[in-house]
Ligand binder design. Structure first.
Ligand code: AMP
Length: 245
């Protein structure tokens, strides 16, 4: 399973061209991936991105990437956003939407896009609808990864990421070939700051309050497909491909 994708266009701005081969794009897909923290949507987004030739757009990746910039390069709004993020809270809609607007050309990527971690609130979903309509685009679907609450914590606890190429691993279900080291770039794997137990509790509560209402939002628009997320990444990927036709 190769989880590595070129996501530089999204991470560093729309001026960076995506490297999606034409043969990779059998059909344009514009999807939102939804689910509680730990449901595995980032892993699925990487797999689906490779299968569909669609861009994997993760707002969380952008915030984590920007965090590594020197303090003096961060605006007060960004500094505030990082504090919120580390505690497990949401970055303000205003900041997230400004970021998305800045990178809106990525919504026109030729293979489509897989939004991972956005939208996270109803106002963000409404803003996305408006942004897509302005560009003459629409969503093809919303995939909801459904995992029982008690399993979410175990997933998050065992997650390790590569800070360089963004590949995601799990100590039990998707371990790297060599313990603690990324398969793709040999970087030492780390635990996300917001994957620590105290931040995870806050993230789960925030999800229930702010993000879960999106299920009704998209169900009412006939866009929602629920996928049971209790399985291996490959099993869940297979279910998703079948459900998406
Ligand atoms: P993720 O990698 O999607 O779990 O996101 C990590 C963190 O980034 C979240 O816990 C939030 O603090 C912040 N974040 C990412 N996307 C959003 C969003 N769409 N709205 C608000 N905060 C976000």
């Amino acid at each position: 399973m190769n989880l590595q994708r070129d996501r530089s266009a999204w991470l560093y701005g729309p001026d960076n061209p995506c490297q999606v081969e034409p043969s990779y794009v059998p059909r344009v897909r514009r999807l939102v991936l939804l689910g509680a923290p730990g449901c595995g949507k980032g892993t699925q987004a990487a797999l689906l991105g490779a299968a569909y030739g669609a861009c994997h757009l993760s707002t969380g990746d952008i915030f984590r990437e920007a965090r590594t910039h020197p303090q003096h390069q961060k605006s007060p709004v960004m500094a505030e956003a990082f504090t919120q993020m580390c505690h497990g809270g949401l970055v303000s809609d205003e900041t997230v939407l400004a970021l998305l607007r800045e990178r809106s050309p990525c919504l026109r990527c030729r293979g489509g896009f897989l939004l991972d971690g956005f939208p996270r609130t109803v106002p963000q979903a409404e803003a996305l609808d408006t942004m897509l309509a302005e560009q003459g685009l629409s969503l093809d679907g919303v995939v909801y990864y459904d995992l029982p609450h008690e399993k979410l914590f175990a997933r998050v606890e065992g997650r390790r990421i590569c800070a360089v190429c963004k590949a995601v691993y799990h100590l039990d279900s998707c371990p790297p070939a060599h313990p603690g080291v990324c398969n793709h770039c040999d970087t030492t794997l780390v635990q996300r700051e917001d994957d620590r137990p105290e931040a995870v509790k806050i993230r789960q509560a925030v999800y229930e309050k702010s993000t879960a209402p999106l299920l009704d939002y998209y169900r009412a628009r006939n866009l929602l497909t629920a996928i049971p997320a209790d399985g291996t990444p490959d099993e869940i990927f297979g279910l998703t491909l079948r459900a998406m036709g």
